[in-house]
Ligand binder design. Structure first.
Ligand SMILES: [Fe+2]
Length: 273
């Protein structure tokens, strides 16, 4: 669950698949006269759409943070839940791979990268590396060894594959971070975005040029990007969220009911040059 708490105790609660769907809107519009268009385009949009679909295994009835009166947010540790999560992630990699092996490789790399500082592709934003459990380290090893096999198969057919894959991995991380910015990380105050940057960002598959991608607040719900990476300006994007009330009765049952009954809203944002 991707959650933004409001001052009055309410929260915007988005499924991981809603968050990923917002990420996919950035993938769909990425590229213009300065930034490379994605290739392969359908694979990249599909991989971005499904990069967090493992959570689908349990987000139908998500575990509740009863103290907070809502589901656990994605950075909160759910007690005794690691095995469920690891199984779900691996199952999602398998499913995405069955549809599109290249997309499956990217989703697998996304998952293992999250356990290793996104493979250090960015110096900004700064990450907080965490010690990982033995179960996570084992899962990482298994997924990475499968990645090596699949990479070899693709590289045998396409000598530029490793370079293209490195760009595409970076691109997926950007769409993930941008979606998190709009869903929860990008707020200085309730209706005010904060400045944010992602760096270094490669602009092209064909050379090593990089830029610092800066996001600056405009009015509520609107930001500018510099340099501008999308194909249209302004670009309007949206994410579905439940509006969960501030709960007085803090029980599992009350949380579950409030979660399922919460009204849904489409939160929309405008991005321009
Ligand atoms: Fe994500």
């Amino acid at each position: 669950m991707v959650i933004r708490e409001l001052k009055d105790g309410r929260s915007f609660v988005s499924l991981q698949e809603d968050h990923a769907e917002l990420s996919a809107q950035f993938a769909a519009h990425w590229g213009n006269e300065r930034f490379s268009r994605l290739r392969p385009y359908p694979t990249m949009v599909f991989a971005t759409t499904c990069h967090d679909s493992g959570y689908r295994d349990f987000e139908g009835n998500p575990p509740m943070n009863v103290e907070k009166g809502r589901p656990y947010a994605h950075r909160e540790e759910v007690p005794d839940f690691e095995l469920v999560e690891l199984t779900a992630y691996a199952r999602n990699v398998e499913w995405v791979s069955s549809q599109d092996p290249y997309a499956g490789l990217l989703v697998s790399m996304h998952r293992t990268g999250l356990w290793q500082n996104r493979y250090n592709v960015f110096t900004e934003p700064a990450m907080r590396p965490r010690e990982r459990s033995q179960a996570v380290q084992n899962s990482k090893k298994q997924l990475e060894s499968k990645q090596q096999e699949i990479k070899k198969q693709f590289a045998a057919k396409n000598p530029g594959f490793e370079n293209e894959l490195a760009y595409n991995y970076m691109a997926l991380q950007i769409y993930d971070l941008l979606s998190l910015y709009f869903c929860c990380d990008g707020y200085a105050a309730e209706n005010e975005f904060k400045e944010y940057a992602i760096s270094p960002v490669r602009v092209s598959y064909d050379n090593g040029e990089t830029v610092r991608l800066c996001i600056r607040p405009k009015e509520p719900g609107a930001v500018s990007f510099d340099p501008y990476p999308f194909d249209v300006s302004p670009l309007r994007v949206s994410v579905r969220a439940r509006i969960m009330p501030a709960l007085k009765a803090r029980s599992e049952h009350a949380c579950v009911e409030a979660y399922h009954k919460a009204p849904r809203q489409l939160l929309s944002f405008e991005i321009s040059r």
